[in-house]
Design a protein around this ligand. Structure first.
Ligand SMILES: O=C([O-])CC(=O)C(=O)O
Ligand SMILES: [Mg+2]
Length: 645
């Protein structure tokens, strides 16, 4: 019935003659289709909205990205435009004509978080979109809405209440949610992300309101392709997936781990500028071994113990191939909070066939390496002069260690087998040594060096005399007074990183690190700590959290059309982040820049990652833009309201 085919329409628009195209298609067929599909006459509740858009997104439009309108009650512009950012791309030329979008109007418009503006709808919009009487008379700005929401959120004393208020906002008015998060990033990051997200996952069943991502359980085996089709957005660029087995340092939270992909992806948008409609949170539910959850009447997941072996592998494999089939090979899949025994294998199994990235192995490694590079300006010398000791030899610890060894090898020219010898690890059985080689998991073996057995951390610190102590154990309060004092006894400025999350699992607090080292430690932690006063001096500490890295890394992969993640990209990201640390930051003992400038940082990381992708021949988006930083910035999602005309 709708004879004008969407492919032709979009192909024509690629010519860039958008204005003419708009006129030529007098009654935009997509809109007619949308209205009809909704079973209504045009002009009823589903009307055309003209949204100002950029020439770039229209130029980028690819027929492959077209959303099948038949299935939609509205045509969402984000489903039909550019590969990179769609509707939210910064406008290169404001004079270019609008693109046509149909969104619901009237009451459904107020209920659609992607388009709702609450009290910010203009008088004209109220007239043209059947909103008269549905809203009170006032029209307020988005800035005033932000002010009001911040005042509301600050009234809550309990972090989880703040989290829920933010989630409600995300469900109600997505742009306002992102505006709040971007404008108040330092205050709201601990609310929507670590540490509060950890508590939210623990209580996810009780606070569950709306699904925020896809749940793929063993019940969906054999049907994952169909499940992906049920998700309303079609042009997905980033997926964060967990199986909930190792949520932060909190252990197995099963299906309730969903809070993590949701939180990570809201950071992809707020910090890295990836548009929300192209982000997909996924939780794979193969059961849980958490007895408490299995006995919790509000638990939302499969009530069975974890499937393992072939059953597990088959579900993951079906997921991975369905994702590639549905979204193509350039969709970024971020593995998050898988247990060690799966995390390494997943990366190894899919690293050469999919665009995959493990945030806990690679993202954490990149952010820690960056902090260490910056710290050299405080302690003098190079990375290679250091001796490193890790507590915790899992995905985070060994991932960081390997990246440090690679960087040392790059700096000194020594083979990586040599530089690894400067890195030691303690696990639950004590120092990892050659004598333990037999029983060691494969990812621990490169760190087994010749040494007599050492049972615990404090003895290992005394024996190895590290200059850098890194906690990646998931076990809180393990950097005891004795450990920190030992570090401070043979280092003028001991570097101490307590990376485990959330705050309860941190190996020590900022206060402990400064107090026990008499204010000499260079300290950073995975979860945030407030500044500490010690001996009349205020000590701030940095947050060594992968949130500095993954949003910019993801943006860089997307804007270059990268098809694989390479270690050199992680090194590039580390260096880009370290370069953002100013003298002023260092004077305060900070080895990370403030999160308040994270979007600028993400653009720089993205540019350097993209440059590396081009250099390595892994980029497919050609030609390479001349100014990658400017290009990355121009691609970033803006949460400002658009006018509906
Ligand atoms: O989520 C965070 O804050 C950092 C992270 O990846 C983890 O601890 O697993
Ligand atoms: Mg994680």
């Amino acid at each position: 019935m709708f004879s004008l085919n969407t492919t032709t329409f979009l192909n024509n628009s690629l010519s860039g003659v958008v204005l003419q195209q708009q006129r030529r298609v007098a009654a935009p067929p997509l809109v007619v289709a949308a209205a009809a599909a909704n079973g209504r006459k045009g002009g009823d509740q589903n009307v055309t909205v003209l949204v100002e858009n950029s020439v770039k997104e229209i130029r980028d439009a690819s027929p492959a990205a077209v959303t099948p309108v038949e299935k939609e009650s509205k045509l969402n512009v984000s489903g039909g435009v550019g590969d990179v950012y769609g509707e939210d791309t910064a406008t290169e030329d404001q004079s270019i004509t609008p693109w046509t979008v149909s969104v619901a109007s009237g009451y459904p418009l107020l209920r659609d978080p992607h388009y709702n503006k609450g009290l910010a709808f203009t008088e004209r919009e109220k007239d043209t979109h059947y909103l008269r009487g549905l809203l009170p008379p006032v029209v307020i700005s988005q800035e005033l809405q932000v002010k009001k929401m911040m005042a509301n959120i600050r009234q809550y004393q309990v972090p989880l209440q703040r989290y829920m208020a933010m989630m409600d906002l995300q469900e109600r008015n997505e742009r306002l949610f992102y505006k709040l998060l971007i404008d108040h990033v330092e205050e709201l990051l601990p609310v929507v992300y670590t540490p509060t997200v950890g508590e939210a996952c623990q209580k996810y069943g009780s606070i569950f309101r709306q699904p925020q991502g896809l749940f793929i359980s063993l019940k969906e085996k054999g049907k994952i392709l169909e499940v992906l089709k049920n998700w309303p957005q079609k042009k997905i660029q980033v997926i964060v997936v967990t199986d909930g087995e190792r949520i932060l340092g909190l252990g197995d939270l099963g299906c309730q781990g969903m809070g993590i992909p949701v939180g990570k992806l809201s950071l992809y948008t707020a910090l890295g500028g990836i548009r929300p409609s192209s982000c997909l949170p996924v939780t794979i539910d193969v059961g849980t071994n958490n007895e408490k959850l299995l006995n919790d009447e509000f638990y939302i997941g499969l009530r069975q113990r974890r499937a393992t072996g072939q059953e597990y592998a088959e579900l993951i494999d079906e997921f991975m191939s369905s994702v590639k089939q549905t979204y193509g090979e350039k969709v970024l899949i971020q593995f998050e909070d898988f247990a060690n025994h799966n995390a390494f294998d997943l990366l190894a199994n899919y690293g050469s066939t999919h665009l995959v990235f493990n945030d806990d192995i690679q993202g954490t490694a990149s952010v820690v390496l960056s902090g260490l590079i910056a710290a050299q300006k405080l302690v003098g010398g190079t990375l290679a002069r250091h001796t490193f000791l890790f507590l915790g030899a899992g995905e985070a610890g060994t991932g960081i260690a390997e990246l440090i060894a690679l960087e040392m090898s790059k700096q000194t020219g020594a083979p990586v087998e040599e530089t690894r010898k400067k890195i030691w690890m303690v696990d639950s059985k004590g120092l990892i040594t050659r004598s333990r080689m037999e029983g060691l998991q494969h990812f621990k073996r490169p760190w087994a060096h010749e040494h007599e057995p050492v049972r615990n951390l404090v003895d290992a610190v005394k024996a190895i005399k590290p200059t850098v102590l890194i906690g990646s154990s998931g076990a809180g309060r393990t950097f005891t007074k004795e450990v920190v004092e030992a570090m401070a006894s043979f280092n003028e400025k001991p570097i101490i990183l307590a990376l485990s999350n959330p705050t309860s699992q941190s190996e020590c607090t900022a206060e402990e690190a400064y107090m026990w080292s008499e204010g000499r430690a260079i300290f950073a932690s995975g979860s945030p700590f407030d500044p500490v006063e010690y001996n009349g001096k205020v000590y701030a500490s940095g947050q060594a959290n992968n949130a500095y890295i993954f949003p910019g890394l993801g943006l860089g992969l997307i804007i270059s059309g990268a098809i694989r993640v390479h270690d050199d990209m992680l090194l590039a990201a580390s260096e880009a982040l370290a370069a953002q640390v100013t003298e002023e930051n260092l004077e305060k003992g900070l080895i990370y820049p403030p999160f308040s400038i994270i979007r600028k940082i993400s653009a720089k990381i993205a540019a350097d990652v993209a440059a590396k992708a081009y250099e390595l021949g892994l980029a497919t988006r050609l030609p390479e833009p001349e100014n990658l930083v400017a290009y990355a910035e121009s691609c970033m999602y803006s949460p400002a309201y658009r006018s509906y005309r």
